[in-house]
Design a protein around this ligand. Structure first.
Ligand SMILES: [Zn+2]
Length: 260
């Protein structure tokens, strides 16, 4: 009887170990995109007194923040909430796998509670409802109810204490043909009309910038920052080339990017 009891206990323990192991495996995050429309450039900041790991976004491209569409940063099921003393009108999207995103202070909702929404679908209008000092999108990514450091297109965002230090250009809802998003690094990076050092400068990237690489080709060999590389990327929005040295990716030739 004892031997049999031990055998049963052992099998229960094995079963319990298996059951425990499954939910603790990390769930891959969705490929979250910016919560505002394609091509728009916004700046963001984090208040030290803020709930969780939120970032607040306002437009930095000359457009008006108030009533700009708020977009689902990944597909999921949307739920409306209202908290007049705090988050105001807000939407939470359940992406599955324990992942949720929050969008606070909406002027209006664009989808009913329980709606299945696509990535890039408008879910509301930016506003200042609830406890808010002005129109902005208060945005959060949560895993199992715990606020996470925000990641957009696979890149972790900074947590500056004020606006106009860091910027994010949206590729959400852009449709096809938008190029592959990468971040640049360094400052004062020159974008040239061709993959040659003598080609005219058509734009300058002041600091780390989200860019969309349409294609890449070999050109002049560049040595900078301890790297030497002759691959250059063609940037969609700047309509010119930068050396791949300043694309924030370890490979000299970027994976998944076609040859020009
Ligand atoms: Zn906030």
């Amino acid at each position: 009887m004892l031997r049999r009891t031990l055998a049963v206990l052992a099998s229960l323990l094995v079963g319990a170990a298996t059951l425990v192991a499954v939910p603790t495996e990390a769930q891959a995050a969705p490929n979250f995109k910016a919560p505002f429309p394609c091509g728009q450039r916004w700046t963001y900041s984090h208040h030290s007194a803020e709930v969780r790991r939120a970032l607040d976004f306002v437009r930095a491209d000359g457009g008006t923040t108030n009533n700009t569409p708020v977009l689902a940063s990944a597909a999921g099921v949307a739920t409306r909430y209202s908290q007049p003393s705090g988050a105001g009108n807000y939407i939470a999207i359940d992406h599955g796998g324990g992942w949720k995103t929050y969008y606070f202070h909406l002027n209006a909702y664009s989808v009913p509670s329980g709606a299945q929404v696509a990535q890039g679908q408008q879910i509301g209008l930016t506003g200042s409802t609830g406890n808010s000092s002005g129109p902005h999108i208060h945005y959060e990514q949560l895993l199992n109810g715990v606020g996470q450091n925000i990641v957009i297109n696979g890149q972790g965002l900074a947590y500056p204490g004020s606006y106009n230090q860091y910027f994010l250009t949206s590729d959400n809802g852009c449709g096809g043909g938008g190029g592959t998003p990468f971040m640049t690094w360094g400052s004062g990076i020159r974008v040239r009309s061709d993959a040659r050092l003598a080609a005219p400068v058509v734009a300058t990237l002041p600091g780390p910038t989200q860019v969309f690489v349409l294609c890449q080709k070999q050109g002049d060999t560049v040595t900078a920052e301890g790297y030497t590389n002759n691959w250059w990327s063609k940037l969609r929005d700047q309509n010119g080339f930068i050396t791949n040295i300043y694309i924030n990716h370890p490979a000299a030739q970027l994976p998944g990017v076609p040859i020009c």
